[in-house]
Structures are given as C-alpha cells and as structure tokens.
Design a binder for this molecule. Structure first.
Ligand code: GLN
Length: 486
C-alpha cells in the first residue's frame, strides 16, 4: 500500500476511489488476520460508508485533505461511538461507548477511514500485547515473535500494510517499543499536545496518544491531524501547532546547526550487541549528515523503571477503581452481597497483569507506604526531568536505542514480569519527563528483525524531532524493507 501522499494524488486525480483503497485494506486484513491477529474489531461497513462520503466529495469537485480516504487503525483503548471499545479486557467486553474520543472525532472530520480497532495489552499494561484477554498479535517479520506492546496491534497492522497509519497510546513506551519491534515509525508526543478525552485512562500523568506510520512523513501527517488544544481535556496545551509536514527537509541542517546528544547510560549492560552496533552506525550517519555529536550523561535515567513501576500502578489503581460491576462493563453473576459482587467482578474481569498493577499501586498509596514509595518515586521523577533539562542546555535532540533487544519470542517473558518491564528502560524516562520521542527503523539483526533508533526532543519540539528523523530516514533505506507476509 502506498504512502498517504501517493494515495491522496490517486484520489484527487480520480485514478482510484476511496472505496477501492478501503476495500484493498479490508481484503488484506481478511487475508492476514488469521495469522496476525492485530485487530479486535473490523469496522468494514462504517469504513466503506466513510469512503463513499469521500468519493462523493471528490465527485462534487470539493477539496479534500491529505487524510481523506486513508485507511487507519485505532488502538482499542480509544472510545469510538457505537463501536466496541474493550481495552482488550473482559471487563469491557460489551462496552459500546456512547461518545467519540477527541482524536477519533478529528480523524472522522478529516475524512479518514477507520478500518478497525487494534489489539493491545489489557488496559495498555505490557510490552508484548500478550496480556490481551482476547488474542496474541504476531510480529509480521516473524510470526513466532511478539510485536511489542502495548500498542502491538497498531504497529503490526501498519507494518503488514493492513492500514496506512494507526493510532497508539504511550505511557512508558507503548508506541515507540512496538514501532521498533515492527520496523515502523512511532511517535509519542509531548504530554498535553494530543487530547486524551476518550482515551481510557491507564496512568493519566503519563498517557499520551500518538501516530504510527511506515514513513516519517505519514507519521507527521497523522500527528498534525490529532494535535491541538481540546477544552475537554484539562491537561491539553493551548499552543500553536507547527506545520510538521513543511518542516520535513532531507537536509539535516536545513534549519541551522544541529547538536545531538548520545545518552551514555543507554549503552552498556543489558543492551544487545547487534542493537548497539546498529544504533552506533545510525549516530555516525547523523554525524555524516552534519550533526555535532556530544556524549551526554543522564545519571538518573536508570531509576526510570523503578519509579515508573510505582507511579504508573498507583495511578492505575485509582483509574481502574471505576470498574466495579455497577457503572458499566462486566458484572460477575450476583454475589451474596454488594462487597462480594465487587470482588467477584474484579477477580474475574481483570487479567493477571492488571491485578498485579492494582495491587502494587494500592500498596504504594496506602497510608503506611505513601511517603516511602509514592512520594519518593515522584522525587525521582523530578530528578529525571532535571537530567533532561541539563542535557538540553547543550544539545537539541537526544538519541538512544528504542529497546534493548529486537522482538522476542511469544511466551519468552510472560512468566517473568521484571524482564518484561526492563524492555522499557529507554522509553520510560521520556514519559516521566513529558517529552516527545520517536522511534525510526535503523537496521536489522541477523535474523532479519527490525531495530529502532529513539530520538528525544525538547518539549513541544515535535517539528525538530520529525525533521531529524526525516533527514535520517531519507539517507537510509531501512524503511523501504517490508516483511514478507502475504
Ligand atoms: N510497558 C509499559 C507498561 O507496561 C508501558 C506501557 C504503555 O506505554 N502503555 O506499563
């Protein structure tokens, strides 16, 4: 399937109709889903309706935007009116939202064609999409491996060309790590750039919705469509949205000198040598393009995972208190009294990982441990943010690997939560500091599995981040490789 810009040209020149493009995506979904399992719901009928509306506009000579008629996947933790939104949990098995999330409303207004809702780790808690209550998504590059997580369904669907672009959410790495595992581009925006209204909350001070694409340009186009102030989200930022697309120039120094900081602490122990080699080469490539390379230290980076696994579960334990069998969602067959109904509902409605997090969070927030754990983790969060602030005094963009390894085998880490948590070593600090981060393909290991390069930007400098990612991408051919799944 072509890029957004190519498809847009086909549409305006009337070489192809939006219905044809949508049907092609739906056919591919039908052919691949028995192997991939990236979608939880396929919305064929609504998609074709949306496509017909775009075709009618074109026939009437109206102008259409870049996203009009473009097939898109949406992670199943964003509310879609009249379409099930399960968060891959039994708890929300029968939940059909009566309202539309702000991001999906923006997509619909732009004429985009939502082809379905993609699989995820239950309530976005995980790094492999294996904790979905419904299905395990396969990695299109090797079906025995995981696509990463928690937005594994979106990443796999884009990599396998079941849709052109997709939305994910990233609390600790859930867009960037699956992008890295699936060989696509994934961007986690600055906290507050994209509205969270209608995103089912996991850890509200960290959650952020962002785009996946097979190229930096497609990713930039989708970001442009979803970014911007929303009065329905009290953490939404009132800022001018730059023209991300116009800022994409193949010349790395198009906007002057560029200083890139290599985060020292993300190299060394625990990092696969093949990932290290690929990322080192990518840094040399950036230098070759004219960037000044500096080695930077973020000494508190290594406390990211431990502080995140206090803060995120604490917020999750509060956010998930609403699933009590009364307000909406699943209710266990009546107990003897109200308390036993609550308990049975939560025991059977949530999976093991979600319950583990609720327990950790409840413990960390309890009167006796609040200061020792929760407050301490918040202090560490401030230190991590200060590390970034210091680094950005001397450089414009930071680089690191996106993940310490390439995609692992399904089942390999499910019995060991800590080894699963360590997968987000490089991505978590970015969420704790509220910064934007992007993962771009930067190589393959000896088994042909993709490797990702993470670029981290200053607050609200998605334009710069995309520009660097674009210049790098255009000087390499990694993004042109496609998984051999058909
Ligand atoms: N893997 C991390 C977690 O399990 C991050 C998830 C996410 O970003 N949603 O919490």
């Amino acid at each position: 399937m072509a890029s957004i810009r190519e498809l847009h040209e086909h549409l305006v020149k009337k070489e192809r109709s939006a219905v044809e493009i949508t049907q092609e995506a739906l056919d591919r979904i039908q052919a691949l889903e028995p192997k991939l399992h990236s979608f939880l719901h396929i919305t064929a009928q609504k998609a074709l309706e949306q496509a017909r509306a775009v075709d009618a506009k074109i026939a009437a000579g109206e102008e259409i935007g870049l996203l009009a008629g473009i097939p898109i996947g949406v992670k199943d933790n964003m509310c879609t009116k009249g379409i099930p939104t399960t968060c891959a949990s039994r708890m929300l098995e029968n939940f059909v939202p009566p309202y539309e999330s702000s991001v999906t409303q923006k997509l619909l207004d732009a004429g985009a064609v939502v082809v379905g809702k993609t699989n995820l780790d239950e309530f976005a808690m995980g790094s492999s999409t294996e904790s979905s209550a419904y299905q395990v998504t396969a990695n299109p590059w090797d079906l025995s491996r995981v696509p990463g997580g928690s937005s594994g369904g979106s990443a796999a669907a884009v990599a396998a060309e079941e849709c052109v672009v997709a939305l994910g959410s990233d609390t600790g790495g859930s867009i960037r790590q699956p992008a890295s595992f699936c060989g696509v581009v994934g961007l986690k925006p600055t906290y507050g750039l994209v509205s969270r209204y209608g995103l089912v909350a996991y850890a509200s001070s960290l959650d952020q919705i962002g785009p996946f694409g097979r190229s930096v340009e497609d990713t930039a186009i989708l970001l442009k469509a979803i970014a911007g102030y929303d009065p329905q989200d009290s953490t939404s930022l009132k800022v001018e949205i730059p023209d991300y697309i116009a800022s994409l120039k193949p010349d790395l120094k198009a906007r002057g000198k560029l200083r890139i900081g290599v985060i020292k602490e993300t190299f060394g122990e625990g990092l696969d040598s093949v990932v290290e080699q690929a990322v080192t080469k990518a840094i040399e490539q950036l230098q070759g393009l004219g960037a000044e390379i500096h080695v930077i230290s973020c000494p508190n980076f290594r406390y990211g995972v431990p502080s995140y696994y206090i803060i995120a579960p604490s917020e999750a334990s509060a956010n998930l208190a609403r699933y009590d069998g009364v307000k909406y969602g699943w209710r266990a067959p009546e107990g003897d009294n109200l308390l036993s109904m609550y308990m049975r509902t939560r025991a059977s409605g949530f999976g093991a990982e979600v319950k583990r997090r609720i327990m950790i969070g409840t413990y960390a927030l309890s009167a006796g441990y609040y200061d020792a754990y929760y407050i301490k983790a918040q202090k560490v969060r401030t230190l991590i943010k200060q590390d970034f602030d210091n680094a950005f005094k001397n450089v414009d963009v930071l680089v690191s690997p996106t993940a310490p390894t390439t995609a692992f085998k399904a089942g390999e880490k499910t019995a060991d939560p800590i080894s699963m948590y360590l997968n987000d070593l490089m991505t978590i600090p970015v969420n704790l500091a509220g910064l934007p981060g992007i993962s771009v393909p930067c190589g393959f290991d000896e088994q042909g599995l993709p490797i990702g390069l993470q670029l981290i930007g200053k607050v609200l400098r998605e334009d710069q981040l995309l520009q660097v990612a674009y210049a790098y991408e255009q000087s390499t051919s990694w993004h042109l490789n496609q998984p051999k799944i058909s």
